[in-house]
Design a binder for this molecule. Structure first.
Ligand code: HEC
Length: 146
C-alpha cells in the first residue's frame, strides 16, 4: 500500500509555495534610466564593453526573463545597482578628467586581476567572457588614458 505524504511535508511544501508567490510582489527596480551621454571610445572597445560590461555598468541593461523571478531578481537588481554606482558608462562624460583617470585605473585593475565581469554572470552569459585578445584591446585602451 502506498504511504500517504506526511502531513508535515505537505504543510511545508504549501508554505514554501505560498512564500514563493508572495515574494513576487516585492517591488524590484529594473529600470533603465535614460542614457546621458554615452562613453566615447573606439568601435572595437565599445563592442567588447557592450558585450561584457554594459549589463551592469550602464543604463542599457538587458534584463533577462529570470530577472522577473524573485529572489533571483533581487540579487540581479542589486548587482546592477552596485555596478552602476561604481562605474556607469552611460554617464561617462559627466566625470571630470581626474575621475575618469581613477576609473580607468580601476578598470585596468579589474582586467588584470580577472575579477570582471563577475564570474556568476559569465556562467550564464558565455558571450560576455573576455578572450585574451579582448582583454588586450581593453588594456591598451585604459593605458592610452582617456
Ligand atoms: C554582472 C554584473 C557585472 C558585470 C557584467 C561587470 N561588472 Fe563590474 N562591477 C559589478 C559590481 C556589482 C561591482 C561593485 C561591487 C564590487 O566591487 O564587486 C562592480 C565594480 C566594478 C568596478 C569598480 C571596482 C572597485 O572596486 O573600484 C570596475 C572598475 C568594474 N566593475 C569594471 C567592470 C568591467 C571593465 C566589466 C566588463 C569587462 C565589468 N565590470 C562587468 C558588476 C558587474
Amino acid at each position: 500500500m502506498q504511504r500517504p505524504v506526511p502531513r508535515k511535508t505537505f504543510i511545508g511544501a504549501a508554505l514554501f509555495a505560498a512564500l514563493f508567490l508572495l515574494i513576487q510582489f516585492v517591488p524590484v527596480d529594473r529600470s533603465n534610466p535614460e542614457v546621458g551621454v554615452d562613453l566615447m571610445a573606439p568601435v572595437g572597445v565599445k563592442e567588447i564593453l557592450h558585450r561584457s560590461c554594459y549589463d551592469c555598468h550602464s543604463h542599457e541593461t538587458r534584463w533577462p526573463w529570470y530577472s522577473r523571478l524573485a529572489p533571483v531578481s533581487w540579487w540581479l537588481a542589486k548587482h546592477v545597482e552596485e555596478g552602476r554606482a561604481d562605474l556607469n558608462f552611460s554617464q561617462w562624460p559627466m566625470f571630470d578628467m581626474e575621475a575618469r583617470g581613477h576609473l580607468m585605473r580601476d578598470i585596468e585593475k579589474q582586467l588584470t586581476d580577472g575579477t570582471m565581469p563577475l564570474r556568476g554572470y559569465t556562467l550564464g552569459h558565455r558571450e560576455a567572457r573576455l578572450s585574451d585578445p579582448d582583454r588586450k584591446v581593453l588594456l591598451e585602451w585604459t593605458r592610452a588614458g582617456y
